[in-house]
Every structure is written in structure tokens, then in C-alpha cells.
Design a protein around this ligand. Sequence first.
Ligand SMILES: *Cc1c(COP(=O)(O)O)cnc(C)c1O
Length: 374
Amino acid sequence: MDSKIWLSSPHMSGSEQSYIQTAFDTNWIAPLGPNVNGFESDIQNYLSDNSFVSALSSGTAALHLALIILDVKQGDEVICQSKTFSASANPIVYQGATPVFIDSEEETWSMSPELLEEAINDRIKKGKKPKAIIAVHLYGMPYKVEEIHNIAKAYNIPVIEDSAESLGSTYKGKKCGTFGDIAILSFNGNKIITTSGGGALVTKNEEWRQKATFLATQARENAVEYHHKSIGYNYRMSNILAGIGRGQMKVIDERVKARRKNHDTYKSEFKDIKELTFLNEPKDAFSNRWLSCILTPSEEVREGIRLRLLEDNIESRPLWKPMHLQPVFKSCPSYINGVSDDLFEKGLCLPSGSNLTENEINRVISAIKTYFRA
Ligand SMILES: *Cc1c(COP(=O)(O)O)cnc(C)c1O
């Protein structure tokens, strides 16, 4: 059997270990230290645009703290894109609030501005104005930033920009992660760069950044006897893992290039297979192509391709199962137009790692071509 080809596996640059070694040499084996500060400034410099960064234990933790900072409480409603990974929605429930799910539009696969506005009006009519909006740049493709943020502004609702999949993507030349009142990043093992596990909260509001870091370190007031006036969390990033992050930030541009190249290769290799289509970049959008996805004509074809790939020891995965179809969220309000259901039925994520070898990507391509020849 040929070796396993994963959907998106970690890709180290080689320089990570020197940062980890320094942490050991100086005994900064803790959820604070020079690598944490250094990693935060690396990200700040990369995003620029006056962003402040708090390095955390995960993207999920960053979302949770974002909701707390925006004062989301028991009984509140928070709007959330339905087509996403469950981690976008779970922290709403941690706060005792209710997610209100919004379907996608076809140009970006992310939140539909029309449905967003319809939902806001309907929730207000029902007596509850949403406390926040969580919008996701799905698979690295920027959502309709201008439309979504204009609506949010018109109704004076803050936006949490879930940029977990889109570090390195841009909209009108500006980096994803700089658009939200608060944005979040993820450095989980499958993301475009990784610290094995980790995340960050990004905001232009320096007080909010300080508050995130404060809450992430058990809400310890500035007193020697550990004085507490609020409930805290243990969400800070480890100085060891931040060392991995520092090494990864050196190669972020190369990682984006490699993932975009995978996508271009698939697209050109499959150009004669009429059954397969891709998500093109709309005007103004530059995607990091975190995952390369294909759309097939039906669930049957999608499954056929997936199983054919599995026979050759190649991992692939249907596009995220929408949150409004998840049993755990079945009682939540949702505003649905059928787009995300259709994408879920027909879409498949192909191996997309920046470390895919030519031989590996050729194995994927030839398995899919064989499926259509059979
Ligand atoms: C990965 C991911 C998260 C969660 O990040 P973790 O670091 O794994 O907690 C949140 N939202 C989206 C869209 C993701 O893909």
C-alpha cells in the first residue's frame, strides 16, 4: 500500500526547534515568555493595520473570549454562519447564548448578506437584537467583507471575524484577520501554519487585547496575593508552542504560495472533466486556498470519488456539514436558502497540504481521473 496522503498535515520550516531550544535553555517552560511576546509581534507585523494580538491556547478559546469581551450573556442571541466547523458556534453555547444560523451564498460559499439582513430584522421583530455576528472566511476564501460589514454597521452589531482558515488571504489588498471588531486565528495542526494547537485573538482595540490576555491568565488582578474580581480562564499559549509559531511565521508566504499552487494544479488537470467545478476567486478576493475543494454533480459522485481516493490511501472529506443540520443545534433558529446543503452534498475537500510532493498530488489526480474513466 502506498503511504497515506492527508488532507492537510503540519509542515515545519526547520527553524522552529531553535526557538524551542532557547525556551529550554532559559527555562521559559510556561504559558508566558519571550516566544509568546515574539509570536504576537510577528503576527502583528504580518497583519499590520494597527492590529493587536493575544496568543491563546486555541482558536476556540479566542472565539470564547471574543464573545465575553462583547458582553454576550445567558439568553442572548448571536448570529453565526451555518457552513463552518462546529468550533465557530460552540462558544456561543458556552456563554448560555443561542446561535442563529445563516446560510451561504454561491460566490464565496460564506455568509449570505441578504439572509443576514433578513435575519437581523426578523430577530429584532421577535424582540431580540443579535449581540454579535460570527462570519467565517470558508476554506480561506474571503467572505463578502464589504456587504457583511456594512449591514453590521447599519444595525450597530459587532462582527467577530473567524479567520481560522484564512491567514494569508486578502480582500481588496487588506489581510483577513483585520476586518472584524475582533478576529480570531487558529494554529491547529491542520491549519495553514500550526503550533500543534493554538490560536489568537486580534483586535484594533488595545484595551480588548489586554482584557483577552487578562481573562486568559485566570483573571489575576495586579496583586501579589492573587486577587480576583472576575471569572478567568486558562487559555494562554505555551511559550514552547509559541516557539513553533515563530518558526512558522517565517514561511507563511511560501505556505500560501504552495497551497495556491495545489489548487491551480487540480484545476488545470481537471479542466476536461466537465463534472467537476471549483470555487473561483471573486473580484477583490485573494484566497490562501487552505483547502482545495471540488464540486461534483451529486452526493453519489462525491462519495464515489471519496471512496476511490480511500482505496489509494488518500484522505478527502465532504465540505463542512452545516450547523443547521447538526443534531446538537437542531432547535436553534436558522435562515436557510439551500446553498450550504447543496455544497455539503456535492463538495469534496482534496489533499491540500503545502508539503504535498509532486508524486503525491499526481496520485490524487490519477485516482480521480481513473474514477471518471471507469
Ligand atoms: C479550526 C477552526 C476553528 C477552531 O480553531 P481551534 O484552534 O481548532 O480551536 C474555528 N473556526 C473555524 C472555521 C475553524 O476551521
